[in-house]
Design a protein around this ligand. Sequence first.
Ligand SMILES: Cc1ncc(COP(=O)(O)O)c(C=O)c1O
Length: 449
Amino acid sequence: MGSDDENDKNGDVSKKPKLNPSPITEAEIESEFSHHDPNIARLNNGAFGCCPSSVLTAQRQFHLNFLRQPDHFYFNHLKNGILHSRTIIKQLVNAQHVDEISIVDNASTATAIVLQQATWAFHEGKFNKGDSVVMLHYAYGSVKKAIEAYVSRAGGRVIEVPLPFPVTSEDEIIREFRHALEKGKSENGSNNNKVRLAVIDHVTSMPSVVIPVKELVKICREEGVDQVFVDAAHAIGCTTRVDMQEIGADFYTSNLHKWFFCPPSVAFLYARKSVNSVDLHHLVVSHEYGNGLAVESSWIGNRDYSAQLVVPKVMEFVNRFEGGIEGIKKRNHDSVVEMGEMLVEAWGTHLGTPHHMSASMVMVGLPPCLGIMNDCDALNLRTHLRDFFGIEVPMYFREPRDGEIGCVTGYARISHQVYNKIDDYYKFRDAINQLVSGAFTCALLSTST
Ligand SMILES: Cc1ncc(COP(=O)(O)O)c(C=O)c1O
């Protein structure tokens, strides 16, 4: 047997992450993210995440090891390496069994895997035409499209749960959810129709709100919803209580490349053992078809699997921070709330959620005088801030309710990740202040394009 160094060279990731790594310093954090453009205030970790250079180096090593001797890598390392990553995730999310954890490319793939199962259930007559899927109004756009592609097309109905924004309490969300389920049932007209699947976000994307998933899953159980899928694309590394047994959903997916420092792109899909049946399959069928989703997913044909293998290296990275990933999450949450409060005070506006309903992202009200009147204005302002001020920050347009005048119609979603500095947020504050004092309105952008 070779030495540890030799094992590293050959891509053996079954070694345990190093214990007691040296605590990371500010200078080392800067160096880990020195590939970021220094001219940009990067307030949008939520969209694309980030990957430190030590993890990118490890990924490249896996890639090279594969290219160096593909047969050896394939037969002796790949499966074990993916299993090691799955085992770490299983522990992180408190799943009962490692077979409940599959590694896939991203949350979109995980969503399609779950929805494909529903499509087949319609085709095979297990679900009846008119059976429904419930989703939140703030479900991610591409998830809504996937529901249309897989469920509506197969004859299923879609019930959308309206959600208030700004939101002041979890009760408002729980109330709307109950109401939508009842409405769905009473609109059925037929006793044979059922709600087959609820798709619930853990942290909605836009506007960003932490959803009381555990409570909504419980309501689904009480109301006889067949299965619950939690779209938690942002959750791991971003919000607390990512605990499969506590949440109790049938399916749960989270990207690892958003808030968990993996390179693009990798996600996990949890499928509770009791539902992890022969019906659940990867969309790409290859040699492992029929061997369970986790094994199917670990070989979907020739491709680069290196992003899936770096999870142990990511654990080494996060364990260099005080409190590991839990410590990172807490500090990101505290900092993003503090920065959000600083911005709303400067602009005389408000946050879109109470502090405890935000994770590592916060919705910050923008001054009404900017004149954000529609989605297009929000997008134009975002582009303007990138092009003229070097600020990356997504914007959300919120339609005024009847009779509302002079209210906040635009919110910026700011993120905080370990690489962020207070100056990033000051840059954003000052840019908006400059626009306001120059009598800028979004109408100027729409006329100039
Ligand atoms: C709530 C939610 N679901 C799903 C996705 C899709 O993630 P991906 O593009 O990595 O598949 C996103 C991406 O931002 C998201 O925010």
